[in-house]
Design a protein around this ligand. Structure first.
Ligand SMILES: Nc1nc2c(ncn2[C@@H]2O[C@H](COP(=O)(O)OP(=O)(O)OP(=O)(O)O)[C@@H](O)[C@H]2O)c(=O)[nH]1
Length: 421
């Protein structure tokens, strides 16, 4: 069940539950009516449940049955009873638990007050008969009397007589009822007419309904709990998956960024820095110089007559010379110095924390190495060098001074080192 279905299911379940509770409370009534007539299976009880002999006279009329009873206060207590069979012999009986109330419509005339016992006889199985009873105090004349089923009880003398044979009132099936005169301490003449008996109850008992609803709500809430937990788990897994994918993409992008940064700062032929690659290095040097006067020098050098190499031996040979020269110089400089290809056949070494004198020594060393190393099978290679130490916070001026020194080296016959003033 997804969120959308839950948003519909629970309000609907709530409304249905509320509707059922209200319906159960206000309606859902069922009645079982027995109106007396001349054919009704009503009879005089001669053998009473407590062992006494029933007396009296029964007269069946058109819409009632009347019991005439003469009670005399003698040694042997008198009682009269009529009994109404509710089902045929082979039928199961009326389930007592289905009803909440038994309503008796009676007419009562007596020369002295008396109570009447309603006795309900139920059959648990074919053998065992059980008795539940409740007394009513009838008024003279005709009236309806309502007896709560919950107030019916098994008399102790009956329980004693039945011994261990107890069973729940829930399972009880009523086969017949009996009306018994009660108080026999006084002489009196009683005329008791039974007009009708009505059993009333609800189609669904409140406790059954509440139990069913409780069950449905418990199942629904448990299901919702598990489906929400599962949803959260799935979302969590989904987020983890997304996070993993994002991590992958991030790593890929960071590798790509490094590649592009490398490509942007590196000369593809010689793998030296290009001008862009030196920009942040120059930035740091200028800051250090401006703040604490930290020295630094640059060595700008250019292959002599490089055009001739290209022209005579081809462009590939020229490239080879550039690569070999870069590799040679890279091996000669310190860690912390930087080599960059500054232009076509022009290179620049940044010597950090180095004064002019040290940079000139390096330039001379490089000049000799280049001259004495076979950088091309075809010809000897030499280079001219211009060296300048930083003396202001302006990069252009610094490079210009080195460039001028290089120019002087070229002018001075090439294969030379010239220091800028
Ligand atoms: N093979 C090759 N040649 C290049 C490259 N970049 C620049 N060049 C060549 O380098 C030569 C530079 O020539 P010039 O500026 O006249 O300098 P030069 O011939 O070295 O003469 P001087 O510097 O005065 O000694 C040109 O022929 C360019 O085509 C490159 O990447 N590969």
């Amino acid at each position: 069940m997804n969120q959308q279905q839950r948003d519909i299911y629970y309000p609907v379940l709530f409304l249905i539950s509320l509707g059922l509770v209200l319906w159960q409370y206000l309606g859902m009534e069922r009645h079982l009516n027995y109106s007396l007539n001349e054919e009704s299976p009503i009879s005089l009880s001669t053998q009473l449940a407590d062992g006494r002999v029933g007396k009296g006279l029964l007269l069946r009329q058109q819409n009632k049955a009347t019991l005439f009873c003469n009670i005399s206060n003698s040694q042997q207590p008198d009682a009269c009873a009529l009994q109404l069979k509710l089902v045929e012999n082979n039928q199961a009986g009326i389930t007592l638990a289905n009803f909440e109330n038994i309503q008796l419509n009676l007419s009562f005339q007596s020369t002295a007050p008396d109570s009447i016992w309603l006795q309900v006889f139920t059959q648990h199985n074919a053998k065992h008969l059980h008795l539940y009873q409740q007394s009513i105090l009838p008024k003279q004349g005709r009236a309806s009397y309502s007896i709560d089923v919950d107030n019916l009880y098994q008399p102790s003398w009956w329980q004693f007589a039945q011994g261990e044979d107890q069973h729940s009132q829930q399972d009880a099936k009523i086969t017949y009822i009996s009306l018994l005169t009660g108080d026999n301490t006084q002489d009196k003449n009683i005329e008791l007419s039974l007009h009708s008996v009505q059993f009333s109850g609800k189609w669904l008992q409140a406790k059954d309904l509440y139990l069913a609803l409780l069950g449905i709500w418990l199942v629904s809430i448990t299901y919702a709990f598990f489906s929400v937990t599962r949803g959260v788990k799935e979302q969590h897994q989904q987020s983890n998956k997304h996070a993993l994918e994002l991590n992958k993409i991030n790593s890929y992008l960071s590798i790509e960024r490094d590649n592009y940064e490398f490509m942007a700062k590196t000369d593809p032929l010689t793998s030296c820095f290009n001008r862009a690659g030196l920009s942040s290095i120059f930035g740091d040097i200028i800051i250090e110089y401006a703040e604490i006067g930290m020295p630094a020098s640059i060595v700008l050098f250019d292959i002599d007559h490089f055009k001739k190499i290209n022209d005579q031996y081809g462009h590939d040979e020229g490239d080879k010379v550039l690569v070999n020269l870069a590799n040679l110089v890279r091996q000669q400089i310190r860690e912390g110095d930087y080599l960059a290809r500054w232009g076509g056949e022009e290179f620049l070494v940044v010597c950090t924390h180095t004064r002019l004198k040290g940079a000139c020594a390096l330039a001379e060393h490089l000049r000799q190495s280049i001259e004495n190393t076979i950088l091309s099978e075809e010809t000897r290679i030499t280079s001219s060098f211009g060296v300048a130490e930083i003396n202001s916070g302006f990069l252009e001026q610094w490079i210009k001074r080195a460039d001028e020194a290089l120019y002087q080296a070229k002018e001075g016959g090439r294969n030379k080192v010239v220091a800028a003033s």
